[in-house]
Design a protein around this ligand. Structure first.
Ligand SMILES: [Zn+2]
Length: 73
């Protein structure tokens, strides 16, 4: 259990280009030496894509609500 959690955490760590210490990949600044880090693994989401995902989630939510309504009738 703990091993899985550790490996999962390890996947989000990148070595700092300045000091070489493990830094979380979503960080833009090293907490150890305050060097700026280019986010390589992380890329900001496209606003149009977020809108699309949100719309899809709304539709899924409506379908679930409808199914619950039909099931409990
Ligand atoms: Zn550093």
């Amino acid at each position: 259990m703990a091993k899985t959690k550790h490996s999962l955490l390890k996947g989000h760590l990148v070595p700092c280009p300045q000091c070489g210490k493990d830094v979380l990949d979503h960080m833009t600044e090293c907490p150890f030496c305050h060097a700026s880090i280019k986010p390589t693994a992380y890329s900001p989401m496209d606003p149009a894509q977020i809108k699309k995902i949100r719309r899809t989630l709304t539709i899924i939510g409506m379908i679930i609500a409808l199914l619950v309504f039909l099931a409990t009738r």
